[in-house]
Design a protein around this ligand. Structure first.
Ligand code: SF4
Length: 369
């Protein structure tokens, strides 16, 4: 747990494993264990913005859900203002923050805003529902006033008109704004924005991220922003002075301020992600091979040692042994990378490079060069 007083959510060595039983054979065999998240520690402070980036299946959404108490971790702890969320839910030990308060303080906006809205109810009824559930002392007038004020704040004017519409009468961007209002109604401390701008076109995406940041100032909230797109992560974290965390196969492999993650990435996987975002490539003509194998290993049986070693172009024998921790890149910032190359005197430098000739040929056949 972090000592900082302004830490809202603290994840310590969080692990989320679950069993997957995807065939009839499951009747006769043991289900497989998926290692969705493994040993991730992360503190999120007040008014913070942390963007988690990685390929599909890297565990970023599972980690995000664990951070807001929507997913019970199978190991480690998740604390809200020092209170273990699951102890609060289960009534274990000396509970200092009631679970109800935690649920209100930690909210989510989904990728598909429609999934959070009842299609048969008007916008105002959709927005009233959480207020009725969580803030029973609000009068009808106060509830309506709050909803209209928020609709106006997010640019949905005249608010009385939007309040009477049904979800199908809204555009994608408007639905996403209503979903944002819904998450803000409780004055939350942290909002998990799970690919919440991915389905919007580029200009709306920027508009939505600007709106989220504007509202962050008004509501004093923090965002855990999940995206597969490094450009979106850069946009929101640069404006908010936040951090980008890179996830690979259930591990947080690099974290730091956006300018360091993008201009001085230390983990070879971060370099590969930057390489695959043409607008972020430092040299667009750069054809240096960023990864060995193209297949993401199976999270049911992740590689030993550094999980990236089967794809890493600079992997050596030492990378197959111990799993690297997130080492600080320098003393002056909160930039860390889980790669042995960050350590000057690690045995990595003396060990043999892994033979990647065959992988390189496979890769070049698939992608050309
Ligand atoms: Fe590559 Fe080794 Fe660093 Fe892992 S520890 S990223 S395999 S160099």
């Amino acid at each position: 747990m972090s000592d900082a007083d302004d830490t809202v959510v603290s994840l310590q060595d969080v692990e989320v494993h679950f069993e997957e039983d995807d065939s009839l054979l499951g009747l006769f065999s043991e289900p497989d264990t998926v290692h969705a998240v493994d040993g991730v520690s992360l503190d999120i402070s007040e008014n913070d913005v942390v963007a988690l980036v990685g390929e599909s299946g890297c565990g970023k959404t599972t980690l995000g859900k664990a951070a807001i108490g929507m997913r019970r971790p199978t190991g480690g702890s998740v604390r809200y203002r020092g209170q273990d969320i699951w102890d609060a839910k289960d009534g274990r030990g000396d509970v200092t923050v009631p679970y109800q308060d935690i649920r209100k303080a930690l909210q989510i906006i989904h990728q598909d805003p429609g999934s959070a809205l009842n299609p048969y109810r008007m916008v105002k009824n959709n927005l009233e529902e959480p207020l009725k559930r969580w803030q029973k002392d609000l009068s009808d007038e106060d509830r309506t006033a709050r909803i209209l004020h928020l609709l106006e704040t997010v640019g949905m004017a005249p608010p009385e008109d939007y309040a009477e519409r049904y979800p199908h009468q809204l555009s994608g961007g408007e639905k996403q704004r209503v979903a944002l209002i819904r998450s803000l109604l409780m004055n939350p401390d942290l909002i998990l924005a799970d690919e919440s701008v991915s389905a919007l076109d580029v200009s709306l995406r920027v508009e939505m991220m600007d709106l989220m940041l504007e509202l962050q100032d008004q509501f004093d909230t923090s965002y855990l922003f999940i995206s597969h797109d490094l450009s979106n992560a850069r946009y929101i974290t640069e404006k908010a002075d936040g951090r980008i965390g890179i996830m690979y196969l259930g591990k947080l492999v690099e974290i730091g301020p956006p300018e360091q993650i993008l201009n001085d990435p230390q983990h070879p996987y971060t370099k590969a992600l930057r390489w695959s975002s043409p607008d972020l490539r430092i040299d667009p003509s750069d054809d240096e091979l960023p990864m060995r194998k193209i297949d993401i290993p199976d999270p049911i049986d992740p590689p030993s040692g550094c999980r990236f070693h089967t794809r890493c172009p600079v992997a050596r024998e030492a990378c197959k042994g111990e799993t690297p921790e997130a080492f600080p890149v320098d003393d002056s910032s909160d930039h860390g990378a889980a790669c042995y190359r960050v350590l000057e005197n690690h045995e990595y430098w003396e060990s043999q490079p892994l033979d990647n000739t065959e992988d390189e040929q496979t890769y070049r056949k698939q992608f050309g060069d």
